[in-house]
Every structure is written in C-alpha cells, then in structure tokens.
Design a binder for this molecule. Sequence first.
Ligand code: FAD
Length: 404
Amino acid sequence: MDFGYSAKTREWMKRVGDFIDNRIIPASEKFEEQLVKGPDFRNWVQPEIMEQLKAEAKAEGLWNMFLPDNEYGAGLTNLQYAPLAELMGRERHAPEVFNCNAPDTGNMELLWKYGSEEQKEQWLKPLLAGDIRSVFFMTEPGVASSDATNMAATCIVEGDEVVLNGCKWWSSNVGHPNARIGIFMGVSDPLGEDRHRRHSMVLVPLDTPGVKIERMLPVFNEYHEPEGHGEVTFNNVRLPVSNIIAGPGRGFEIAQGRLGPGRIHHCMRTIGVAEKALELMCRRGLERSAFRDSLARLGGNPDKIANARTDIEMARLLTLKAAWMMDTVGNKAAMSEISQIKVVAPNVALRILDEAIQIHGGMGVSNDTELAYLYGAIRTLRLADGPDEVHRSLIARLELKKYR
Ligand SMILES: Cc1cc2nc3c(=O)[nH]c(=O)nc-3n(C[C@H](O)[C@H](O)[C@H](O)COP(=O)(O)OP(=O)(O)OC[C@H]3O[C@@H](n4cnc5c(N)ncnc54)[C@H](O)[C@@H]3O)c2cc1C
C-alpha cells in the first residue's frame, strides 16, 4: 500500500493550491462586495470577480477537474481529484472558479454518462464551458423524500410530449442568474410493477411556461446567494419526449449513478473545511491567552486539537479509499464506502467547527470569522444527498448480507 500522492497528483495540487492562494483568497473581499444579499433572488447577481477568475482558471487548464474523461474533463481519477477538491473546500468561492461546484458537477457527470448526443450538445457543453448553471429537482415538500419511492411529482408521456406536474424544494442553484436548465425526477409510470422503474428524469429549461420559483429557503437565515435553494412548482409543463434522459423508467438507475460521485465530491470538500477549522482553532488558541496561559494549552483544549487532527486523518483516509474503489471496482462496489464517508465527513467537520467556534469565544458565532457560516453550510450535509440514517441503514444492510 502506498499512502503518498503520486507525482502527477502533487503537481496538480501545487497548481490548484497556488491559484487559490494567489488569486482567490486575495479576491475574497471583492466577492463579498459584489454579492447582492436577501430573500429576493430576482436581485441576485453573479459577481464580476467570479467570471474574471473563471476565465483565468480556464485559460490555465484548471477546469472541470472532477470529470474523469480526457475529452470533456481533465481526465483525472477520483483518487487524483480528491486532494484538489479538499483544497477547494477550504475556500467558499473556489469550487465555482474551477467549474467544480455542486450541484453542477453531479448534473454534468449525469449528462456525460446518460445524455444523448443532442442533450450533450445543447446542455452539457455550455455547462462544461461554465456559461450556464443547473439544478437537480428531486426533493418534495409533501413527502419524506429520503425514500425516493415516495415521490409524488409526475412526468407523464402524452404523445410526443412529456407533461410535468408537482412541487419540488431545496432545489439548489435555482436562484443563480446563470441557471438555465434543471433535471427533474418524477413518476412516469405510477402503476408500473417494478417500483424502481416507475420514475424518469427530464431536462427542463427553466424558462419553460409552467415552471415557477415560489420562494428561496434560508439555511439558518443564510440564503447562500447567488445560488440559493428554491421551492419550485411545475404546472402542466410540456416538453418534447426527447428531453427524457436515457428514455422513460430509468430515473432510479440514473439517480444512483449521479449520487455516487456527487457525494464523494461533497466529502472531499468537507475535509477541506475541517482542516480550515482546525487551523483557525490552533491560530486563535496560540494568539490569545487567559489565566496566564495560551487558550490552546488551557484545560482540555490540547485534547480537542489532538482529536481533531486524528479525526481528519481517519476521514481523509476513508475518503481516499472510497475514491480508489470507485476508480478500480466501480461506484456500485464502492456503495458501502461512499455511504460511510458521507456519514463520517460532515460529522467530523461539524465537531471540529464546533470546537473552533468555542475557542474563538463570542467571535466564533459572529460573522468576523467564517466559522458560523461554515457550520450552517456543513450541517446541511447531514441531510442533503441522503440523511445520515439512510446511509447507515445501507451500510448495515450490506454488512448483514455477508452473513445471510
Ligand atoms: C442545503 C440543502 C440543499 C439541498 N439540495 C438539494 C438539491 O439540489 N436537490 C434536491 O432534490 N434536494 C436537495 N436537498 C434535499 C435533501 O436531499 C433532502 O432534504 C433529504 O434527502 C431528506 O429528505 P427530506 O427533507 O424529505 O427528509 P425526510 O425524508 O422527511 O426525513 C427526515 C428525517 O427522517 C429520518 N429518517 C429518514 N429515513 C430514515 C431511516 N431509514 N432510518 C432512520 N431515520 C430516518 C432522518 O433523521 C431524516 O433526516 C437539499 C437539502 C438541503 C438542506
């Protein structure tokens, strides 16, 4: 077993790391100044600095590194991409600068794997170019959506059209001024015998009549501008049948294909957040004193630092193992490992963020550091892409299967 990164990976890490340090971090204030905040997403804008940095990253070939395809992406394996995503996770705006941001990466990977040539030409290419952004419409307010078979929204084929009806929410990215396309998952064959063949995925241009953004949902009072998370209604939305991805009845199969890579990308970025929280915890702990000693040395604080380092190492090794399995035996055989890391990474990061907030005292819950924002953002990952409990039940099921 070799625990080191390959020479190729180290070279990419240096290029991505340098770009983040020299271009993205110095521009942090500009991002903040250029954002328009508040619940009214119609006023939201794409910061100019984002487009400027995207153009620079693209020109340097630091682009679409998530896609393991030589023609469409950078041709890196999951294992090679993992430490790059970790670096991006440390800086809030970095993933989009490199066109490696959720939920677009999952949607691009889906179109790359399952899209027709026409669909790739029309939607995958502009997404890969970073010209537009996309949405994934799966979760619904009316049903417990962690069980996707509960889904109530419909996409029924009528002649040469497919008709969409229903309500979705937590649709990330839908407020983005560049969002143009969504992937809608709905019931296409309500009476179908096989409950895993009743659903389909349909490409919905967001300006199609009948698509309406009702409101944006805040996360602990943050709207995550300019992406946002929306509640969206679909009222008799009519589209050509050719907008169904891979044909009717394949929604579940495609969802499995999409969520594997999407989940592991989240985990890699989350480890970057945990590293950042530990760094802030150590720096604050060393620079401030109380009771004639540095905060870092008081009471149980050294233990907290040691536990944080240990947890990060464990989480990273497990993530890298899951990435390696995806590359070598495929996403299906890596299902347990992907679910394990989907539970571990957000929980580890949240514990460390909480301790980092604690050592910052009152400052920790203010906006003077990024900790409070990051805590809110990472807390959502114990729900998004499947709640912890659903992943644990899958891990247990696979484990028990070995002994049946
Ligand atoms: C910030 C954010 C962004 C999101 N982005 C998107 C997006 O872009 N597109 C999209 O479609 N969705 C998105 N989601 C939705 C997310 O995927 C769902 O919230 C999640 O799948 C859970 O579904 P639910 O909210 O209906 O919860 P429910 O299904 O109602 O579950 C509620 C709770 O029940 C418990 N539970 C469920 N199953 C089990 C079980 N088997 N064992 C034990 N307990 C269980 C868990 O505690 C769970 O949290 C996002 C969510 C958030 C918060």
